[in-house]
Design a protein around this ligand. Structure first.
Ligand code: ZN
Length: 205
C-alpha cells in the first residue's frame, strides 16, 4: 500500500503485487516510441531529479500496461520497468497494479482516458514547454488551469474532455500541470505520429 504525495498533493492509493507484464508487439512499439520521445527531450528527468513522461497501451477492456514510476532516466526500458494496471477506480482514487515497480503516478489519468473512450488503445504523456504553450495558444483542448495533475479532479476533467472529442488521435494540454501534454488514439503508431508531427512544427518555426 502506498499513497503518492507529490508537490503537496495527495495522489491515489496504490496496491502493487509482484509479477511481470506479458511482452507483446504493442509494447515493443510503445518502447520504440518512448526511446524516440526520450531522444527528443519529451521524456526524461528535470534538474531537480523529478522524472516526467509516461506511456501506456490497452491490453483488454479494463486493463492497460504502463511505464513504471521513476523510469524517466532510462533511454530504453526493460520489461521489468513496465506495470500492468489490473484495476483502478476514479471514484475511490485507487490503482491496483502488477509488476516490480509501482505503476506511473499518472496511471489514473491514463485509466480515465481508456474508460472515457473504448476505441482508445494507446496514451502518451510528455512534457514540453514550446508545444504546451502552442497548444494552449492555438485553442487545442485542455483541462482547466485550476486542476492539478494526479488528482481525482484531473481524472474527471480528462474524462469530460475525452467524451467531448470526436475522432482519434487527440492531443490536449493539461493547463494545470505545467508543460504537461497528452496524446491518445487507437494505436501506438498513430498517437506517436501525431505527437511527433506537432513537436516538429515547434522546431521549424
Ligand atoms: Zn506529467
Amino acid at each position: 500500500m502506498n499513497t503518492y504525495v507529490d508537490d503537496g498533493y495527495i495522489k491515489y492509493t496504490s496496491k502493487r503485487c509482484d509479477g511481470s507484464v506479458v511482452w507483446s508487439e504493442d509494447l515493443e512499439a510503445l518502447n520504440r516510441s518512448r526511446t524516440n520521445l526520450f531522444d527528443l527531450g519529451l521524456i526524461g528527468v528535470y534538474a531537480n531529479g523529478v522524472g516526467f513522461g509516461n506511456l501506456s497501451v490497452r491490453t483488454d477492456e479494463h486493463q492497460f500496461v504502463i511505464t513504471g514510476s521513476a523510469t524517466g532516466a532510462s533511454r530504453v526500458l526493460q520489461r521489468e520497468q513496465f506495470s500492468l494496471v489490473e484495476s483502478f477506480s476514479v471514484e475511490r482514487n485507487t490503482v491496483r497494479s502488477r509488476g516490480p515497480l509501482h505503476a506511473s503516478s499518472e496511471s489514473m489519468t491514463h485509466g480515465a482516458i481508456y474508460q472515457g473512450n473504448p476505441a482508445v488503445g494507446c496514451v502518451i504523456h510528455v512534457h514540453n514547454r514550446l508545444l504546451f504553450d502552442r497548444l494552449l495558444r492555438q485553442g487545442y483542448p485542455a483541462t482547466p488551469a485550476d486542476v492539478p495533475y494526479g488528482t481525482p479532479a484531473m481524472a474527471y476533467a480528462v474524462q469530460r474532455l475525452v467524451r467531448a472529442q470526436h475522432g482519434l488521435p487527440v492531443v490536449f494540454a493539461m493547463a494545470g500541470h505545467d508543460e504537461g501534454i497528452i496524446a491518445y488514439g487507437a494505436d501506438v503508431q498513430s498517437v506517436h505520429a501525431q505527437l511527433h508531427g506537432l513537436f516538429q512544427g515547434t522546431q521549424d518555426s
